[in-house]
Design a binder for this molecule. Structure first.
Ligand SMILES: [Cu+2]
Length: 131
């Protein structure tokens, strides 16, 4: 083989390794991500007054979890605005809804505790801003 052929072969090898490396990375990012708990608010962005909080629970495979218990606690991050907590209501599709009242502008914390049907507990907190 002459030098030019070697360079071409090396280039192809580098491309193949790069491609495989990319595939491995993208595979590992979709495997083993764990359960996903996400929050949607209505209205969004939040403002003073009543608001609905929709908490979505998905399992390790990204499937909606319909039979979890979702405990919800709403308060400001920096001060106690009184107790707003309880279980969110299952909507039957892996989402859980709860109503709250936002009585002051600024950062609020939505704390959730999710209990799966097998008894496994998870906590996830969200910080939202009231405008
Ligand atoms: Cu406050």
């Amino acid at each position: 083989m002459n030098n030019k052929t070697i360079m071409i072969v090396l280039g192809v090898v580098v491309l193949v390794i790069g491609f495989l490396g990319f595939r491995v990375m993208s595979l590992s990012s979709t495997v083993n991500t764990g359960e996903q708990i996400s929050l949607i608010t209505d209205p969004s962005p939040l403002r003073l007054g009543p608001a609905n909080f929709i908490i979505s629970v998905k399992d390790e495979k990204g499937q909606p979890v319909k039979n979890a218990t979702v405990f919800f606690d709403l308060n400001m991050t920096a001060m106690n605005m009184g107790t707003q907590q309880g279980n969110a209501t299952s909507q039957g599709d892996g989402t859980y809804a709860v109503a709250g009242k936002l009585t002051m502008k600024g950062p609020w914390k939505v704390s959730t505790k999710i209990t799966m049907s097998d008894g496994k507990d998870m906590n996830k907190d969200f910080t939202v801003n009231v405008q």
